[in-house]
Design a protein around this ligand. Structure first.
Ligand code: ATP
Ligand code: GLN
Length: 146
């Protein structure tokens, strides 16, 4: 049954050409994740040092401190990667492959539609701005034409 939803509802997810994959991960796994992404042609990545708690709570890596307060946030790294829609699932799969230990505290990935990309140097917008020289799209088109 059709339900009319307001655009402000979280149930309304706009379709987009580009998406931001935001991954909160263990700091010591970042090198492995970013080199794997680079290998697949993902060259635009932003990382920030952050602190947080989830199911892991304030428990530091493999250390049992049971106190749970704001000064026991765990150090994490936030990776933000804007990619075209067709690259989203590949990037997510790669992040999981490289970041997962199977233990509590592996992190989480958030996906957000992005309305536009603008390259400051050239003023390009959309696909032209999102594409990187020698990036994933270039790599796949080189594969399919050779
Ligand atoms: P230019 O060709 O002008 O260098 P560029 O597309 O290579 O443009 P940069 O100016 O090198 O972009 O990017 C600046 C910063 O923006 C990067 O260091 C990175 O943090 C961030 N960034 C660029 N592209 C992306 C992306 N697709 N996803 C996430 N972060 C990005
Ligand atoms: N989608 C871009 C490309 O194929 C790469 C995006 C990125 O590196 N974050 O060139």
């Amino acid at each position: 049954f059709p339900i009319i939803r307001a655009q402000t509802s979280p149930d309304f997810v706009p379709d987009a050409k580009f998406y931001k994959v935001e991954a909160i991960l263990r700091p010591w796994r970042i090198q492995q994740v970013s080199s794997a992404l680079l290998k697949m042609g993902i060259r635009g990545v932003t990382v920030s040092d952050v602190r947080g708690f989830g199911a892991q709570g304030g428990l530091t890596e493999r250390q049992a401190g049971s106190e749970f307060s704001e000064d026991t946030f765990v150090a994490k790294v936030k990776m933000e990667i804007v990619v075209s829609k067709d690259q989203v699932e590949g990037v997510i799969a790669k992040i999981i492959e490289e970041a997962r230990t199977g233990e509590i505290g592996d992190g989480k990935i958030f996906l957000t539609p992005i309305s536009d990309v603008i390259r400051v140097r050239t003023g390009e917008r959309g696909e032209k701005a999102e594409r990187m020289m020698g990036g994933h799209a270039d790599m796949s088109s080189a594969l399919s034409t050779s």
